[in-house]
Write a protein that binds this ligand. Structure first.
Ligand code: ADP
Length: 192
């Protein structure tokens, strides 16, 4: 099994590159952001709760997010493994994921691939995406900056945990989409 954590700040290109990786290696993507957006669109209880955090640019509480992720990992799939996109975002979620992958899949996280992009480029990308995405959290610079602040306050430490396990690999997230994909593919080939 190949189980990839796709890591990086908001706007670093995780969603775009997850699509490339899924196709290349036949993986299932689990994007907590997409799952929340699906629930918000359908106005579920989970969606309503998530919206109150997402619209501020804050993280949704760990327990809520992790329960949603467990449901997704438990669904049967015939893929070669998983791409976790947008999860884990805290140290607590990192430990939870380790246990979920072990207990549910009898497997391990293979690698944490981290897309590195400068903050000012992130803000520009997200403001640009906001013009067409309809995402409320992309629509205003203050919310975007709060998401980046949350990333440094709570999420950056996830990288340290994977570094300690020797599973952390950085890839430059600025440049041609296809070139970035090629670098990610090469990293996955190494662990296959
Ligand atoms: P981006 O990476 O562009 O910020 P996502 O689509 O991954 O966007 O996530 C959008 C929002 O959903 C986040 O700002 C956060 O509020 C919430 N969210 C997504 N994943 C998590 C998570 N693992 N833990 C807590 N909140 C999350």
């Amino acid at each position: 099994m190949i189980n990839i954590v796709l890591f990086g700040p908001p706007g670093s290109g995780k969603g775009t590159q997850a699509e490339n990786l899924i196709e290349k290696f036949n993986l299932k993507q689990v994007s907590t952001g997409d799952l929340f957006r699906f629930n918000m669109k359908n106005d579920t209880e989970l969606g309503k709760l998530a919206k109150s955090f997402i619209d501020q640019g804050s993280l949704v509480p760990d327990e809520v997010t992790t329960d949603m992720l467990i449901d997704e990992v438990k669904k049967p799939t015939d893929t070669n493994g998983f791409i976790f996109d947008g999860y884990p975002r805290t140290a607590n979620q990192t430990n939870a994921l380790e246990n979920i992958v072990k207990d549910v899949l009898n497997a391990e996280i293979s690698v944490c691939l981290s897309l590195v992009v400068d903050d000012e480029i992130l803000v520009n990308r997200l403001l640009h995406r906001g013009k067409t995405s309809g995402r409320t959290d992309d629509s205003n610079e203050e919310i975007i900056r709060n998401r980046i602040k949350e990333y440094y306050a709570k999420t950056a430490e996830v990288a340290e945990l994977y570094k300690k396990q020797g599973k952390y690999v950085e890839v430059n997230g600025v440049g041609e989409i296809s070139e970035i994909a090629a670098q990610l593919f090469a990293e996955v080939e190494k662990i296959k």
